[in-house]
Design a binder for this molecule. Structure first.
Ligand code: G
Ligand code: G
Ligand code: MN
Ligand code: NA
Length: 244
């Protein structure tokens, strides 16, 4: 309850921060960032979203908070574009809660965010989790298609841990699957995890989607995934979440 009250203040008093974690290609060159929310609490210190997102979801605060993240991310994209150089080419991925997508005005909200910031929507990625597929799938597809028509790309986060039906996977306008880090962790020791990673890569290839391997912590994991044909990577081996 105090967390919920504090969270309301956090939004009002500007205690939220947007961190970023690099996404790299097969040459380990940075091609973008994933935006990760942080809460700089005056007494508790840096609070992880794992602790406050569930509270925000329950209270509905996730909606104004998610809107803040979207605006902040679009402002960051516009700033990179103005600065020029390699950053101007970077994409920025934003994590969405299923509740945000269920808002009737979600498409308009996202469009307003990139328009008002002057960001290129083709650099904006939206990350969804499979739990989203539990809700009105037709409505979800309609909204995703409207945003995809603006140039925005979608990624399915934590892939392999949820409820994805392959029938739905084919119907969603997804640009990327993100292999959950639980499969990457023991990739070199556990043949089952290696088989899952290979299967996701094959599936993505036939569906013409990109794959991002998450949670890459060692050069050996990077090498193994590259040999499997993975093109995009994220993890502590390349960079930890840091202030954007
Ligand atoms: O950054 P960290 O590992 O602490 O993130 C924990 C979880 O919080 C991850 O599942 C991540 O996707 C989620 N998360 C981070 N930032 C956001 C955000 O802006 N919105 C939502 N809905 N989830 C986020
Ligand atoms: O659920 P999602 O994939 O959005 O979660 C992203 C979070 O995963 C990041 O905020 C970060 O804290 C965590 N993360 C990123 N890279 C690594 C990694 O290499 N190892 C571990 N253990 N966690 C990571
Ligand atoms: Mn994510
Ligand atoms: Na993930």
């Amino acid at each position: 309850a105090t967390l919920q009250r504090d969270l309301r203040h956090a939004l009002r008093d500007g205690e939220l921060r947007l961190f970023g974690q690099p996404v790299v290609d097969a040459r380990a060159q940075v091609v973008g960032q994933e935006a990760l929310l942080r809460w700089q609490h005056p007494l508790r210190g840096m609070v992880s979203p794992a602790d406050f997102i569930p509270v925000a979801e329950q209270s509905g605060l996730i909606l104004p908070m998610g809107q803040w993240v979207l605006r902040q991310a679009c402002a960051q994209l516009a700033a990179w574009a103005r600065a020029g150089g390699e950053r101007a080419q970077w994409s920025l991925a934003v994590n969405l809660s299923p509740r945000q997508l269920r808002q009737p005005d979600f498409v308009d909200t996202v469009q307003a965010a990139w328009r008002e910031a002057g960001a290129d929507p083709r650099r904006l990625k939206l990350e969804l989790t499979e739990s989203l597929l539990l809700h009105d799938i037709e409505d979800t597809i309609t909204k995703m298609e409207a945003l995809a028509a603006q140039g925005i790309q979608f990624a399915l986060d934590d892939f392999g841990t949820g409820y994805s039906s392959l029938a739905y996977l084919k119907r969603l306008p997804l640009a990327q699957l993100k292999i959950d880090r639980s499969f990457v962790r023991d990739l070199l020791e556990d043949p089952n995890d290696a088989a899952i990673a290979r299967t996701i890569l094959q599936l993505a290839k036939s569906l013409e989607m990109e794959v991002v391997a998450e949670g890459v912590e060692t050069a050996a994991q990077f090498e193994a995934l590259r040999e499997m044909g993975c093109h995009l990577f994220q993890g502590y081996h390349f960079g930890r979440p840091a202030a954007l």
